[in-house]
Design a protein around this ligand. Structure first.
Ligand SMILES: *Cc1c(COP(=O)(O)O)cnc(C)c1O
Length: 344
């Protein structure tokens, strides 16, 4: 079973589908590949417009460009830091006014915090635009009791090395529509037609997950809920220790939001303070990092239309991701907290 496909791939797909409450799953080589295939399934092609969150990792946007389509970048709201339903609606109206109807929406659940899916889906349904849910950072998180990834027409996960569970590298595409997932499997294995020889009538990709990676994934599924619990308790410890300082947290706005707390992220009052603390952690060999730089500020994407009030620019200026790994020890977290506190 060193062979590319095998029983672990099928098993991992079943595990993921069952865990997430989504009927069908294709295990793939990366989350990026999953987003790319999702766009192909939804018929996105040259010149189409695709709406997406601006506050995200570039892997959300790159596949839009692979398809020759045009990203329309939407600002976040301040409660969850995810796609603002208000700017989403304004952007759709404005694009329609300009004579182009967006073909898909990619909604991201950043840092494992659920986006306001009820509002986003209401708008998407009203304008009849399909949703791809980028739950790369949101595996194990839930909204209104349903796992993230289960809301869109297509949901995607990532199992890259830095995500909440990992297969060293990998991703998955999930949908309740069987034809989407079977088409994804077909495209991900070089679009080989049903024939005794190699016959191709479409362009294919080499995007399947290997059986070895899927075996690691099956093992990881057994600890996923435990790791969500650990990460939530890491967040709670940071919150309790630091909340009385001039530091802001992104809290779950209501109890219908259940974050996996993939990373604990905090906001300082200034860029200078953020950098000062990042440097003092670094001097102790503790890695921390700025939040994602919004896509509308990225040299490669900045000429694309953007709708918003620049909230994510502010978050990028003053925000910091703290060490949040599932294997962070109590003593390590104490040292991080002590280092932050001592600079106030
Ligand atoms: C990691 C990530 C991806 C891409 O997943 P890969 O498996 O690394 O290709 C996409 N979107 C977001 C928001 C991510 O964090």
């Amino acid at each position: 079973w060193i062979a590319p496909l095998g029983p672990n791939v099928n098993g991992f797909e079943e595990d993921l589908a069952k865990y997430s409450g989504i009927s069908h799953c294709a295990a793939l080589s990366s989350g990026t590949a999953a987003i790319h295939l999702a766009l192909i399934l939804l018929g996105i092609k040259n010149g189409d417009e695709v709406i997406a969150s601006t506050f995200t990792f570039s892997a959300t946007i790159n596949p839009i460009i692979y398809q020759g389509a045009k990203p329309i970048l939407i600002e976040s709201e301040s409660e969850t830091w995810n796609m603002s339903p208000d700017y989403l609606e304004r952007s759709i109206e404005d694009r329609i006014r300009q004579g182009t109807r967006p073909k898909a929406i990619i909604a991201v659940h950043l840092y494992g915090m659920p986006a306001k899916m009820t509002e986003i889906m209401e708008i998407a349904n009203y304008y009849d635009i399909p949703i791809i849910e980028d739950a790369a950072e949101g595996l194990g998180a839930a909204y209104k009791g349903r796992k993230l990834g289960a809301f869109g027409d297509v949901g995607i996960y990532s199992f890259n090395g830095n995500k909440i569970i990992t297969t060293s590298g990998g991703g998955a595409l999930l949908s309740n529509k069987e034809n989407y997932v079977s088409e994804a499997r077909f495209l991900a294995t070089q679009a080989r037609d049903n024939a005794p020889h190699y016959e191709h009538s479409q362009i294919g990709y080499n995007y399947r997950m290997s059986n070895i990676s899927a075996g690691i994934g099956r093992g990881q599924m057994q600890v996923l809920d435990k790791w969500v619990e650990i990460r939530r308790s890491i967040y709670a410890t940071y919150f309790t220790a630091l909340n009385s300082l001039p530091i802001n947290f992104v809290e779950e706005p209501e109890d219908i939001f259940f974050s996996n707390r993939w990373l604990t992220t905090i906001l300082f009052e200034s860029n200078e303070k953020r950098d000062e603390i990042r440097h003092s952690l670094e001097s102790l060999n503790i890695e921390s990092r700025a939040l994602w730089k919004p896509m509308h500020l990225q040299p490669i994407f900045k000429h694309f239309p953007y709708y918003g009030n620049k909230l994510s620019e502010q978050l990028f200026e003053v925000g910091l991701c703290l060490p949040s790994g599932s294997n962070l020890s109590e003593q390590e977290q104490e040292l991080i907290i002590k280092t932050i506190k001592s600079s106030f």
